[in-house]
Design a binder for this molecule. Structure first.
Ligand code: ZLM
Ligand code: CA
Ligand code: ZN
Length: 388
């Protein structure tokens, strides 16, 4: 197993479902569940499964999904007939357009990724896991009765609702390049969940068009949720150094103020350089540093996936982040093992396919030091008003 050993007294659970990986959104749709097969192949060829507990997760039941979603929406999700997408007229509940097509096995797919996040949440609640990982989850745009941006059921909201039965306060952090609007909206009026999303923001020019720095919760007098929704709007081309410094400063302040008993980190890999839909310039190293920082806080931690549209890089990032969860990141061979299935996918421009090196036409960095300092100042100020 490449010398990877189980850390003593420290439990990582990995929640998988091979059936889920076989679903297709349709011809050339950017969301490819198959990227999970590629990630799993890397994780296993490094022998990391020897250092965690692997669970084949069950599907979420209808009743569990009703914790957040409405019955009529779930009924429609379950019975909708697969059809080619029609972008002009997305149908009922925003289903059937090209972003959220109705494909074969759609409801199975939704109940599988939701079930995996619920399993992960329960392992944390029972204190059976210190870190619980579900790379198939993280579908942060789904609303209680609406599909949005490739997301149909909101596994994150379902998992956090489960965690709130055990933990008084949960901190949600979202490093997907898109704003975590569905999770923010679900917990908008409560002071038991703080949501913090880092994302590209350019008004209506970048999906979903929300996540302004100034919108931090309900403005009506006395609403508990006030100042519990934090947003870090960024411009194209942000690099590892800038992102790390922002992340550690802001997350550090949120933890000091909010004192969460558990953290859910959405690790959307579309914030990496070279992503088909993304705009940032993060390397596997910088993206993974967010996981390392959250782990260092020693608070029960759930890792979920999310976006990520250049499959080889998604697999790299999530394999690297799995190694951080286990604590074996320093001992991994930077060259991807010879016997890795699909190894040819990682041979992009280099002779030796590596775990961390990712390529992508560099994007101009539009983030000035002045603006990033301003964001930190604003968030610091906003946190002063946050009552816990
Ligand atoms: N059109 N095909 C991130 C969710 C992003 C809304 C503009 C659809 C695409 C995109 C779909 C094959 C997460 C919008 C886009 C074209 C209305 C978005 C199908 C390419 C394709 O080639 C494509 C025919 C498709 C969709 C690009 N959609 C790019 N960006 C966003 C949603 C989800 O990463 O945050 C979490 C998993 N949608 O911008 C339109 C406004 C639909
Ligand atoms: Ca985000
Ligand atoms: Zn995204």
């Amino acid at each position: 197993n490449n010398g990877i050993v189980r850390p003593k007294g420290y439990n990582v659970s990995w929640h998988v479902n091979p059936e889920l990986e076989k679903h297709h959104f349709g011809h050339s749709h950017p969301m490819k569940p198959w990227r999970l097969t590629l990630a799993k192949s890397l994780i296993m060829s490094y022998g990391m499964h020897a250092a965690m507990d692997t669970y084949f997760s069950r599907r979420a039941t209808n009743e569990e999904m009703r914790d957040f979603h409405t019955e009529d929406y779930l009924d429609y999700l379950r019975t909708a007939i697969p059809a080619p997408p029609d972008d002009e007229v997305p149908g009922r509940f925003n289903l059937g357009g090209s972003d959220c097509p109705i494909f074969e096995g759609l409801f199975d797919y939704c109940s599988m990724y939701s079930g995996a996040s619920l399993d992960a949440a329960r392992k944390l609640c029972n204190h059976e896991s210190d870190i619980a990982v579900n790379w198939s989850g993280g579908l942060h745009h789904a609303k209680k009765s609406e599909a949005s941006g490739f997301c149909y059921a909101n596994d994150i909201v379902l998992a956090i609702l489960q965690m709130l039965r055990t933990f008084p306060r949960v901190l949600y952090i979202d490093i997907d390049v898109h704003h975590g609007d569905g999770v923010e909206e679900a917990f908008w009026s409560t002071d038991r969940v703080m949501t913090l999303s880092f994302h590209k923001y350019d008004g209506m020019n970048f999906f979903p068009g929300t996540g302004e720095l100034e919108r931090t919760g309900p403005e009506t007098e006395g609403n508990a949720g006030a100042h519990h929704a934090l947003n870090v709007p960024l411009m194209d081309g942000i690099n590892d150094q800038q992102y790390q410094s922002l992340f550690e400063t802001i997350v550090g302040k949120c933890v000091a103020k909010f004192r969460p008993e558990a953290i859910v980190l959405q690790c959307g890999a579309d914030s990496l350089a070279g992503d088909r839909l993304g705009r940032f310039n993060l390397q596997v190293q910088g993206h993974g540093q967010c996981v390392a920082f959250c782990k260092s806080l020693n608070i029960p931690l759930m890792l979920v996936g999310g976006g990520g549209y250049t499959p080889r890089n998604v697999a790299r990032a999530w394999a690297h982040e799995t190694s951080i969860a286990i604590g074996c990141e320093k001992t991994l061979n930077p060259i991807i093992p010879e016997h890795t299935p699909y190894r040819s996918h990682f041979r992009h421009d280099t002779i030796f396919p590596t775990l961390e090196q990712i390529l992508g036409e560099p994007r101009a960095n539009k983030n000035t030091k002045k603006r990033l300092d301003e964001i930190v100042c604003m968030i610091t100020e906003q946190l002063r008003f946050c009552e816990t």
